[in-house]
Write a protein that binds this ligand. Structure first.
Ligand SMILES: C[S@@+](CC[C@H](N)C(=O)[O-])C[C@H]1O[C@@H](n2cnc3c(N)ncnc32)[C@H](O)[C@@H]1O
Length: 496
């Protein structure tokens, strides 16, 4: 734990830089993959729902009231969107409902652009639709230089288009096809294939441009050490599509922060009965540390339960986790896991770790134990040798634990749940999400989080956001070292 004022800016930036690392694996046909829950008895499960869990599953969802947004507008007068800037109270009151509804729709529309980004990463790095080597930063030199890498990318595109034309049962390919179809393109016809090729080329050009701009912005921020640069870092993805990427690294970071909170006396034994994950994400296509040789999965809700129980902050039989996400794909994935759990099927979590990266030994130790408090070790899918060196574990999470995770559709910038008092969350985790918003939107999100936390409740976020009435940013924070070249910071906020 260190004092916040000592965080060097360039280190902050290093934590969330999109470092496209390599090492992704060869293909594995669907029939080689064990189904989630293989081996679980097919006995229908009715979860004993804790009162807290039930209250949150049914809690009303509503837009942020103007009264809660007013203090934010006061503090961030210079950062208001055009429609709200320079208006008197009466004018703001009259435009507020329309502004909230239209901003909600605009934010939700960004999911589509994030889906397109995932398609590009799938094309570059995916191993489930082709045996061709992924084109990653690590193995590009071995392919024989930029022209050879470009030729490989075009061959990979041909394989991807083949897969899109006959998608079969693979959920990633089905999803990729649905993204293309949303544009009115049918990749099964020769004309549609040509259109799909053009469309993917356009998305690729945008993603590459955004990546270059991001790198440039990072460099310029690393050269400064000012408040502006810090604000720039904290809102770095505000124009980006909303991506769903996730990996075991975020789970490690949260466990480290919870351990610090416990050591610092901020959270004690059994302090958490109700926790929320804002933006749990889906591990879909390999970008930084995700892979596609196992089924699409969400990690954070289960990893959070595992960490809370390991640290004694929650009891295994009295913990309800609510996920708050605006992505239908994320919410439907968790709903589907719950449906299978009700039929007696567990959830298999794959935990991959690149064996080439020089990870911090604490991260490796975390990876080796993750899931042991909530599930049982099971047979992991073996990555193909063409994949390079990778370690992988699998943990099967029993149906009861799966059913303790309840997804709610929610845009944290503009919406909140309204649980009965006494049923508010003890802890909320929001990693790699607030960075997608500008300072005003972040402050609104913090106001919504404040409204859902009990007094003394904790928010953990790796984005330093402008403080909001009712939420106190701690001077202490957690420094998380993943490896010599990757680190992150988790900030602690306490509900006053
Ligand atoms: C990049 S992923 C991060 C996943 C995970 N928290 C982690 O740290 O690995 C961002 C997640 O936040 C969700 N998200 C983005 N904006 C959101 C919003 N305004 N409200 C709720 N969820 C949001 C996305 O759908 C996605 O699931």
């Amino acid at each position: 734990m260190k004092r916040r004022s000592r965080v060097p800016l360039y280190l902050l930036a290093a934590g969330t830089a999109v470092v496209v690392v390599a090492g992704l694996l060869g293909s594995l046909s669907r029939r080689d993959r064990p189904d989630a829950g293989e081996g679980s008895p097919p006995t229908p499960v009715v979860a004993p729902v804790s009162p807290g869990g039930a209250a949150l599953a049914d809690a009303a969802r509503r837009y942020i009231p103007l009264a809660d947004a007013r203090p934010v507008m006061e503090t961030l007068r210079g950062h208001l969107p055009g429609e709200l800037r320079g208006q008197n109270d009466a004018a703001i009151e009259s435009v507020w409902p329309d502004w909230v509804a239209s901003r909600d729709a605009a934010i939700r529309a960004r999911v589509q652009r994030g889906d397109e980004d995932s398609l590009v990463f799938f094309w570059y790095f995916g191993t489930s639709f082709t045996n061709l080597p992924p084109v990653t930063a690590r193995n590009a030199p071995g392919l024989g230089g930029p022209e050879a890498a470009e030729r490989m990318l075009q061959q990979r595109l041909d394989r991807l288009l083949d897969a899109l034309s006959v998608p079969g049962a693979d959920e990633r390919v089905q999803f990729a096809r649905s993204v293309v179809e949303r544009r009115g393109i049918s990749p099964s016809t020769p004309a549609g294939r040509a259109e799909a090729r053009r469309y993917l080329g356009e998305i690729r050009a945008r993603v590459v441009r955004e990546y270059d701009e991001h790198q440039q912005a990072l460099r310029s921020m690393q050269e400064q050490d000012s408040a502006d640069a810090l604000a720039g870092f904290a809102t770095m993805y505000r124009e980006r599509g909303l991506s769903s990427d996730t990996s075991v690294l975020a789970a490690f970071a949260v466990e480290q922060a919870l351990s610090d909170l416990r050591a610092g006396g901020v959270l004690g034994d059994g302090a958490v009965r109700r926790a929320a994950v804002v933006g749990p994400g889906l591990d879909f296509a390999n970008k930084d540390d995700g892979y596609d040789f196992y089924p699409v999965q969400t990690i954070q809700p289960f990893a959070l339960a595992d960490s809370l129980i390991r640290l004694g902050l929650a009891s295994a039989d009295d913990l309800a986790i609510t996920t708050l996400d605006l992505s239908d794909r994320v919410n439907q994935h968790i709903e589907s896991a719950r449906r299978k759990a009700r039929a007696g099927q567990g959830y298999v979590l794959h935990l991959p770790l690149d064996a080439v990266e020089a990870w911090n030994p604490e991260l490796v130790a975390y990876w080796a134990r993750a899931g042991d408090r909530i599930g049982r070790e099971s047979q992991a899918i073996v990555p193909p040798s063409s994949a390079g060196r990778i370690r992988v574990r699998a943990v099967t999470i029993p149906p009861m634990r799966v059913l303790s995770v309840v997804p709610r559709d929610l845009n944290i910038v503009l919406e909140r749940l309204d649980p009965p008092s006494g049923m508010r969350f003890d802890a909320i985790v929001a990693t790699n999400i607030l960075v997608y918003y500008d300072a005003f939107e972040q402050a609104l999100a913090l106001a919504n989080i404040a409204a859902m936390l009990r007094p003394g409740g904790i928010l953990l976020s790796n984005t330093p956001v402008p403080p909001t009435a009712g939420m106190k940013l701690s001077e202490r924070f957690t420094t998380v070292s993943y490896s010599a070249r990757q680190r992150d910071y988790l900030f602690w906020y306490t509900r006053q």
